[in-house]
Design a binder for this molecule. Structure first.
Ligand code: 5GP
Length: 201
Protein backbone atom coordinates (compact mmCIF):
# COMPACT_ATOMS: atom_id res chain seq x y z
CA UNK A 1 0.00 0.00 0.00
CA UNK A 2 1.44 3.39 -0.92
CA UNK A 3 2.13 5.93 1.82
CA UNK A 4 -0.67 8.43 1.70
CA UNK A 5 -3.03 10.13 4.13
CA UNK A 6 -6.70 9.09 4.09
CA UNK A 7 -9.40 10.92 5.99
CA UNK A 8 -12.55 8.95 6.77
CA UNK A 9 -15.53 11.04 7.83
CA UNK A 10 -19.28 10.54 7.96
CA UNK A 11 -22.20 10.87 10.33
CA UNK A 12 -22.52 9.34 13.77
CA UNK A 13 -23.12 5.58 14.01
CA UNK A 14 -22.42 5.02 10.31
CA UNK A 15 -19.67 2.58 11.27
CA UNK A 16 -16.47 4.59 10.73
CA UNK A 17 -14.75 2.94 13.69
CA UNK A 18 -15.72 -0.57 12.58
CA UNK A 19 -14.57 0.06 9.01
CA UNK A 20 -11.28 1.57 10.22
CA UNK A 21 -10.70 -1.46 12.47
CA UNK A 22 -11.40 -3.74 9.49
CA UNK A 23 -8.74 -1.94 7.48
CA UNK A 24 -6.17 -2.42 10.25
CA UNK A 25 -7.02 -6.08 10.52
CA UNK A 26 -6.29 -6.66 6.84
CA UNK A 27 -3.45 -4.16 6.56
CA UNK A 28 -1.58 -3.85 9.86
CA UNK A 29 0.92 -1.56 8.14
CA UNK A 30 -1.72 1.19 8.06
CA UNK A 31 -1.22 3.78 10.79
CA UNK A 32 -4.60 4.35 12.45
CA UNK A 33 -4.53 7.67 14.24
CA UNK A 34 -5.50 7.60 17.92
CA UNK A 35 -7.38 10.79 18.72
CA UNK A 36 -7.35 12.70 21.97
CA UNK A 37 -10.75 13.40 23.51
CA UNK A 38 -12.25 14.97 26.60
CA UNK A 39 -15.16 12.50 26.43
CA UNK A 40 -15.13 9.91 29.23
CA UNK A 41 -14.36 6.34 28.12
CA UNK A 42 -17.25 4.00 27.29
CA UNK A 43 -17.18 0.52 28.82
CA UNK A 44 -14.46 -1.49 27.09
CA UNK A 45 -12.58 1.51 25.70
CA UNK A 46 -8.88 1.52 26.50
CA UNK A 47 -6.80 4.66 26.99
CA UNK A 48 -4.15 4.94 24.28
CA UNK A 49 -5.91 2.35 22.09
CA UNK A 50 -9.36 3.74 21.27
CA UNK A 51 -8.57 7.28 22.34
CA UNK A 52 -6.18 9.23 24.51
CA UNK A 53 -8.62 10.26 27.23
CA UNK A 54 -7.50 13.65 28.53
CA UNK A 55 -8.85 16.46 30.69
CA UNK A 56 -10.08 19.72 29.15
CA UNK A 57 -6.97 21.46 30.53
CA UNK A 58 -4.64 18.91 28.98
CA UNK A 59 -6.48 19.10 25.66
CA UNK A 60 -6.28 22.88 25.55
CA UNK A 61 -2.57 22.73 26.34
CA UNK A 62 -1.98 20.36 23.40
CA UNK A 63 -3.86 22.77 21.12
CA UNK A 64 -1.90 25.78 22.41
CA UNK A 65 1.38 23.94 21.86
CA UNK A 66 0.38 23.33 18.25
CA UNK A 67 0.35 19.57 18.74
CA UNK A 68 -3.06 19.03 17.11
CA UNK A 69 -3.31 18.53 13.37
CA UNK A 70 -6.99 19.40 13.71
CA UNK A 71 -9.53 19.50 16.50
CA UNK A 72 -13.21 20.19 17.02
CA UNK A 73 -16.01 20.21 19.53
CA UNK A 74 -18.15 17.33 18.28
CA UNK A 75 -21.90 17.02 18.93
CA UNK A 76 -21.67 20.30 20.84
CA UNK A 77 -20.03 18.80 23.90
CA UNK A 78 -16.62 17.16 23.96
CA UNK A 79 -13.37 18.09 22.25
CA UNK A 80 -11.74 15.62 19.87
CA UNK A 81 -8.43 16.09 18.07
CA UNK A 82 -5.74 14.35 16.04
CA UNK A 83 -2.23 14.45 17.54
CA UNK A 84 0.01 15.79 14.79
CA UNK A 85 3.28 13.96 15.59
CA UNK A 86 2.39 10.33 14.79
CA UNK A 87 0.55 11.27 11.58
CA UNK A 88 3.52 13.32 10.39
CA UNK A 89 5.80 10.41 11.30
CA UNK A 90 3.70 7.96 9.25
CA UNK A 91 3.71 10.31 6.25
CA UNK A 92 7.49 10.82 6.59
CA UNK A 93 7.95 7.03 6.76
CA UNK A 94 5.85 6.65 3.60
CA UNK A 95 3.28 4.63 5.52
CA UNK A 96 -0.44 4.81 4.71
CA UNK A 97 -2.30 6.63 7.48
CA UNK A 98 -6.00 6.77 8.25
CA UNK A 99 -7.80 9.42 10.29
CA UNK A 100 -11.35 8.76 11.44
CA UNK A 101 -12.68 12.20 12.28
CA UNK A 102 -15.74 14.42 12.01
CA UNK A 103 -16.63 16.85 9.24
CA UNK A 104 -15.18 19.94 10.95
CA UNK A 105 -11.88 18.12 11.39
CA UNK A 106 -11.88 16.89 7.78
CA UNK A 107 -12.32 20.48 6.60
CA UNK A 108 -9.31 21.58 8.65
CA UNK A 109 -7.14 18.78 7.26
CA UNK A 110 -8.27 19.77 3.75
CA UNK A 111 -6.73 23.20 4.46
CA UNK A 112 -3.41 21.97 5.80
CA UNK A 113 -2.94 18.68 3.91
CA UNK A 114 -4.89 19.03 0.65
CA UNK A 115 -2.98 16.09 -0.84
CA UNK A 116 -4.87 13.71 1.48
CA UNK A 117 -7.74 11.61 0.10
CA UNK A 118 -11.09 12.50 1.69
CA UNK A 119 -13.56 9.64 2.00
CA UNK A 120 -17.19 10.05 3.04
CA UNK A 121 -18.82 7.01 4.64
CA UNK A 122 -22.60 7.18 4.47
CA UNK A 123 -25.46 4.95 5.57
CA UNK A 124 -27.74 3.25 3.01
CA UNK A 125 -30.59 5.48 4.28
CA UNK A 126 -31.54 7.89 7.03
CA UNK A 127 -33.79 5.25 8.63
CA UNK A 128 -30.88 2.82 8.79
CA UNK A 129 -28.70 5.43 10.48
CA UNK A 130 -31.33 6.03 13.17
CA UNK A 131 -31.71 2.27 13.62
CA UNK A 132 -27.96 1.81 14.12
CA UNK A 133 -27.70 4.67 16.58
CA UNK A 134 -30.62 3.41 18.67
CA UNK A 135 -29.37 -0.19 18.41
CA UNK A 136 -25.93 0.78 19.69
CA UNK A 137 -27.58 1.86 22.92
CA UNK A 138 -24.57 3.81 24.17
CA UNK A 139 -26.23 7.25 24.20
CA UNK A 140 -29.04 8.81 26.21
CA UNK A 141 -32.13 10.03 24.36
CA UNK A 142 -30.83 13.61 24.55
CA UNK A 143 -27.39 12.65 23.23
CA UNK A 144 -29.02 10.69 20.43
CA UNK A 145 -31.08 13.69 19.32
CA UNK A 146 -27.99 15.87 19.35
CA UNK A 147 -26.05 13.32 17.28
CA UNK A 148 -28.89 13.05 14.76
CA UNK A 149 -28.92 16.85 14.40
CA UNK A 150 -25.20 16.77 13.60
CA UNK A 151 -25.73 13.82 11.25
CA UNK A 152 -28.30 15.76 9.21
CA UNK A 153 -25.77 18.54 8.65
CA UNK A 154 -22.92 16.14 7.95
CA UNK A 155 -24.86 14.21 5.31
CA UNK A 156 -25.33 17.47 3.40
CA UNK A 157 -21.52 17.81 3.04
CA UNK A 158 -20.98 14.67 0.97
CA UNK A 159 -20.03 16.62 -2.16
CA UNK A 160 -16.98 18.11 -0.38
CA UNK A 161 -15.36 14.66 -0.38
CA UNK A 162 -13.29 12.96 -3.06
CA UNK A 163 -15.05 9.61 -2.72
CA UNK A 164 -18.25 8.27 -1.14
CA UNK A 165 -18.55 4.74 0.23
CA UNK A 166 -21.99 3.47 1.27
CA UNK A 167 -21.74 1.28 4.36
CA UNK A 168 -24.33 -1.39 3.54
CA UNK A 169 -22.28 -4.26 4.94
CA UNK A 170 -19.02 -3.70 6.78
CA UNK A 171 -16.93 -6.22 4.76
CA UNK A 172 -18.01 -4.58 1.49
CA UNK A 173 -17.23 -1.08 2.81
CA UNK A 174 -13.83 -2.28 4.07
CA UNK A 175 -13.09 -3.87 0.68
CA UNK A 176 -13.96 -0.63 -1.13
CA UNK A 177 -11.74 1.40 1.15
CA UNK A 178 -8.87 -1.09 0.83
CA UNK A 179 -9.17 -0.89 -2.97
CA UNK A 180 -8.99 2.88 -2.75
CA UNK A 181 -5.99 2.81 -0.42
CA UNK A 182 -4.13 0.28 -2.52
CA UNK A 183 -4.74 2.57 -5.48
CA UNK A 184 -5.46 1.93 -9.13
CA UNK A 185 -2.98 0.14 -11.40
CA UNK A 186 -0.21 2.43 -12.62
CA UNK A 187 -1.29 4.98 -15.16
CA UNK A 188 -4.95 5.12 -14.20
CA UNK A 189 -6.54 8.15 -12.62
CA UNK A 190 -6.89 8.01 -8.85
CA UNK A 191 -8.97 10.04 -6.40
CA UNK A 192 -5.69 11.68 -5.55
CA UNK A 193 -5.90 13.40 -8.93
CA UNK A 194 -9.36 14.70 -8.09
CA UNK A 195 -9.62 18.41 -8.79
CA UNK A 196 -12.44 19.98 -6.75
CA UNK A 197 -12.21 23.16 -8.87
CA UNK A 198 -13.07 21.20 -12.00
CA UNK A 199 -16.83 20.67 -12.08
CA UNK A 200 -16.42 17.95 -14.70
CA UNK A 201 -14.22 15.87 -12.39
P1 5GP B 1 -17.44 8.98 19.58
O1 5GP B 1 -17.72 9.83 20.79
O2 5GP B 1 -18.67 8.25 19.12
O3 5GP B 1 -16.24 8.08 19.75
O4 5GP B 1 -17.05 9.98 18.39
C1 5GP B 1 -17.87 11.04 18.09
C2 5GP B 1 -17.41 11.72 16.83
O5 5GP B 1 -16.12 12.30 17.00
C3 5GP B 1 -17.27 10.80 15.61
O6 5GP B 1 -17.96 11.42 14.53
C4 5GP B 1 -15.79 10.77 15.35
O7 5GP B 1 -15.51 10.64 13.98
C5 5GP B 1 -15.36 12.12 15.84
N1 5GP B 1 -13.93 12.14 16.14
C6 5GP B 1 -13.21 11.16 16.73
N2 5GP B 1 -11.92 11.53 16.82
C7 5GP B 1 -11.83 12.75 16.26
C8 5GP B 1 -10.74 13.65 16.05
O8 5GP B 1 -9.59 13.40 16.36
N3 5GP B 1 -11.04 14.83 15.45
C9 5GP B 1 -12.30 15.17 15.07
N4 5GP B 1 -12.48 16.35 14.47
N5 5GP B 1 -13.34 14.33 15.25
C10 5GP B 1 -13.11 13.15 15.84
Amino acid sequence: MPGRLFVLAGPTAVGKGTVAAGIREQHPEVYLSVSATTRPPRPGEVDGVHYHFVSVEEFDRLVEQGQMLEWAVVHGVHRYGTPRGPVQQAVDDDRPALLEIDLQGARQVRETMPEAVFVFLKPPSWEELVRRLVGRGTETEEERERRLDTARRELAAESEFDVTIVNREVPQAVAELVALMVGPPDGEASPHDFDPTNSEA
